[in-house]
Design a protein. Sequence first.
Length: 123
Amino acid sequence: MITEEDIERLVPTFYEKVRADPVLGPIFDGAVADWPHHLDRLKAFWSSVMLTSGRYKGHPMAVHLRHADAMTHANFAHWLALWKTTTNDLLDPETAAKFQSKAETIAESLQLGVHYARDRSVK
């Protein structure tokens, strides 16, 4: 069973790895000015997604479109690989698999949204 405690442990640990990553770190550090606030929003996001808590109030697609140039397939794949490693390290296998599956769905949705926005801006 997924808990708020899982999210409280996972999100900061994962983004600590993201920030230290040579590929993802510069992208995220260039996009995030206030890391404590951002981590709180990410915890609320994952709580809403995984526990249907309703804690997250925002528009992730609009936020990510501001950074469309960095939203490449390779960067998403790298993010997902790091997410998989981190969830496997911190969570039991069943819980990790649930977080991984949801992250893959979200990544696909964001990639499609960015692709669609790029196509519209070219026309």
